[in-house]
Design a protein around this ligand. Structure first.
Ligand SMILES: [Ca+2]
Ligand SMILES: [Ca+2]
Ligand SMILES: [Ca+2]
Length: 305
């Protein structure tokens, strides 16, 4: 009985830890994992002291139980679905947030766009490798009909950062990211996180041949489009300064497909005659926490509530 009570105490303690893990960063989780293990050992040791005995084998079983439960929380950490660019620190010397990208090509490129290929890709051709356009593909075989494709599109290697147009402008308004989600990432218990940073906005006044003052105003809209073409607005705001944006949304809220999906960034206004506008990317990332919305403790609420 005493042993059972010890196990129950330990499991309760660890379960509360597991429930509290969502939203924590990886480093936090590791620190919490180590801290928890240490606290758990102390807990068991204290109870052992009060009871005056515990076999080594039972002690080991308790520790393994703790690790097993805690590992569940670690495995549930958000995973990166894709990352474009490098998230750079504006306070670091030599800050140049957009230099890993290419200049926009000053055109709204028609779907489905083309794939900038890497050496080793069977379709790589050094003489005719496409340059950056509005469509950025991660790996997979994108099926005919997706994003206007007229044939299946094999992408063995994700496009490089240099295939990403650095800016959204008045005349080159859109960047689209195409990637596959697994059934878990698109599932009912999955929460997706889109993060990106927009920087270095500006205005150009061609009649004066000079820049306008300051950052300018830029209406930014981000949409999620699933394999069937169902489109959901996930972000809309007017930006007038460097801004870091994080959007959390259940995969079910955008009808995410287990398969290819698109996230589309667009500068949708304002537009003024004889005025050029631009705003630029530092980076963009999509993550998935595939069990964030699970009701792990049966209280009728997602585990992160
Ligand atoms: Ca373009
Ligand atoms: Ca491309
Ligand atoms: Ca960057």
């Amino acid at each position: 009985m005493l042993f059972v009570a010890r196990v129950r105490t330990g499991v309760r303690f660890l379960s509360s830890f597991v429930r509290d893990q969502n939203g924590s960063g990886c480093h936090q989780k590791i620190i919490q994992f180590v801290t928890l293990t240490a606290r758990f050992v102390v807990l068991v040791w204290q109870r052992n002291q009060s009871a005056n005995y515990m076999s080594l084998s039972r002690f080991v079983v308790l520790i393994l139980t703790g690790w097993l439960l805690t590992a569940q929380a670690l495995w549930a950490a958000p995973e990166s679905v894709w990352l474009i660019g490098v998230d750079e620190d504006p306070f670091a010397s030599g800050y140049n947030p957009t230099d890993e990208f290419s200049s926009e090509n000053y055109a709204n490129d028609a779907r489905p766009g083309r794939v900038t290929r890497l050496q080793g890709d069977p379709l790589y051709n050094v003489g005719s490798n496409p340059t950056a356009d509005d469509d950025f593909y991660f790996t997979g075989i994108f099926p005919i009909g997706f994003n206007g494709l007229t044939t299946n599109l094999p992408v063995p290697f994700a496009e490089p950062n240099s295939a990403w147009e650095r800016a959204l402008t008045d005349g080159d308004r859109t960047n689209r990211v195409h990637s596959f989600l697994s059934s878990a990432q698109a599932g009912a218990q999955s929460r997706l996180r889109l993060s990106f940073e927009l920087v270095y906005g500006g205005i150009w006044l061609p009649l004066l041949g000079q820049s306008g003052e300051g950052f300018g105003s830029h209406d930014i809209a981000v949409r999620f489009r699933n394999s069937a073409g169902t489109t959901t607005l996930i972000y809309s705001n007017r930006l007038d300064r460097d801004t870091r944006i994080v959007v959390d949304f259940p995969a079910s809220s955008v009808a995410a497909s287990a398969g290819p999906n698109t996230i589309e960034f667009a500068r949708v206004g304002p537009f003024t005659a004889n005025t050029g506008y631009w705003i630029q990317f530092d980076y963009a990332q999509l993550e998935a926490d595939t069990s964030a919305l699970a009701d792990a403790d049966g209280d009728g609420l997602p585990r992160w509530l």
